[in-house]
Design a protein around this ligand. Structure first.
Ligand code: 3PG
Length: 409
């Protein structure tokens, strides 16, 4: 019987396979390491099952088509992902499943994911995406400018909503709950949404267009209920922590016809999966799955300018994943967030371009003159860069920006 998971240099038809690239750290030679992954994740196991026929292997077995250096390329036949029920959980259980725990592999990292159109087309993807998000805000080209209400937790609903109002008056287009705030006793979701919505209405009457993303991260059986509660109280955008909730929670929201607002996607916990260069899943692969699952805006990092660990090349790849062609799926907005302040905006936009939502929590609320001035300073920094004016020169005529630069630069 001829069962060999190695099919080196075989050209796979991209429509017939999900193709993954992994980097591997192991004492095994790279071909054997690749074989271990392919057999574990398709038709094999640690020993030859007597039930495995040549036919089963031929139809459903994965193929290692490249094994070079520390990298393997493996194709999984599309039939392994067939059926109406499996979806993203099943894809992940195969391409990112048991392999991470194999004792013989010290480290494995899923760094690239190529999906056939037949699979991608099963997902409607972002319902709003960049275009509709920008339309809502009437901001067709320049970066969106946002804040995260700080402190992360503790403000009661009225003070919380006042923060949003001040940020809006300062000229921000977006604001959001932080990833750790959901429905705690000191700031229940229903009351928070209703207070914020009232302020957003006032802002609109005063000529300021702004939306706020409400965090409804919860268990899967409650997520649509939480969305309903927020929408009934006027929510203009929802947010979920996609890795703690799960991709299915995001997909359930995105595909529900009653959810007619954009979904902001936070990636809290991603460091556990993405930070080790020898193990885990790259953020660009996660970005691709979020695009399939229907996120409209996703945190992808600040290109080394902010507080969070960053692999700049990987962040550029994430940007490409959100903005590049993906079998016709709408594009979603890359969000740069984490340790930003007005002084970092020029360096950030150099990397991100205009297709970005720039967000600062501390970099707005920490302004010496408070939230409204902090918001103005951030907006001024984005305006300066968008108009091609040097930040320091712009600051000479803009007091809020000047004070922010004095504090943080
Ligand atoms: C986020 O949600 O990205 C963080 O809470 C950002 O907060 P910061 O701007 O104060 O770092």
């Amino acid at each position: 019987m001829s069962i060999d998971y190695l099919a080196l240099d075989e050209e796979l038809d991209q429509e017939d396979y999900i193709i993954c690239e992994y980097t591997v750290k192991s004492d095994l030679n790279i071909k054997t390491a690749g074989k271990r992954i392919a057999e574990e994740e398709s038709t094999g196991t640690w020993t030859h099952p007597t039930t495995l026929s040549e036919d089963i292997f031929k139809n459903y077995g994965a193929k290692v088509t490249k094994a070079q250096g520390n990298r393997v390329r493996i194709g999984y036949p599309v039939i392994d992902f067939s059926g109406d029920i499996g979806g993203i959980p099943q894809i992940l259980s195969i391409i990112a499943g048991n392999l991470f725990g194999l004792e013989s592999l010290e480290g494995v990292r899923l760094v690239q994911l190529e999906l056939p159109s037949e699979i991608v087309k099963q997902y409607p993807g972002p319902q709003f995406g960049i275009t509709r998000l920008r339309n809502i805000l009437d901001r067709p080209e320049k970066p969106l400018v946002g804040t995260i209400v700080k402190p992360k937790i503790g403000l009661p609903p009225k003070e919380f909503a006042d923060y949003v109002y001040q940020a809006g008056r300062g000229g921000l287009t977006n604001s959001k709950d932080d990833e750790t705030l959901v429905d705690q006793d000191f700031c229940p979701l229903e009351e928070r949404v209703s207070e914020v919505s009232e302020k957003l209405d006032i802002l609109e009457e005063e000529g300021y267009k702004m939306i706020h993303a409400h965090n409804i991260s919860t268990t899967s059986h409650k997520i649509l209920e939480a969305a309903d509660l927020a929408l009934e109280n006027g929510a203009r955008q929802l947010m979920i922590d996609v890795l703690t909730v799960g991709f299915s929670g995001l997909q359930a929201l995105a595909e529900d016809p009653s959810v007619d607002v954009p979904i902001h996607v936070h990636r809290a916990m991603h460091g556990a999966i993405t930070k080790n260069p020898h193990h885990g899943i790259s953020m660009s692969v996660i970005s691709k799955i979020v695009r399939m699952a229907g996120g409209d805006a996703l945190h992808i990092g600040t290109y080394g300018t902010g507080k969070m660990h960053a692999e700049v090349d990987e962040e550029l790849k994430c940007k490409e994943t959100l903005l590049g062609d993906m079998h016709g799926l709408p594009k979603l907005m890359p969000v740069a967030s984490g340790g930003l302040h007005p002084g970092l905006v020029p360096e950030l936009i150099k990397m991100s371009g205009m297709e970005v939502q720039i967000q600062a929590g501390g970099g707005v609320s920490g302004h010496p003159d408070g939230v409204r001035s902090g918001a103005k300073a951030l907006r001024q920094a984005v305006d300066a860069v968008s108009e091609g004016v040097d930040l320091k020169e712009y600051a000479e005529k803009h007091r809020e920006l000047r004070k922010a630069l004095e504090k943080w630069m």
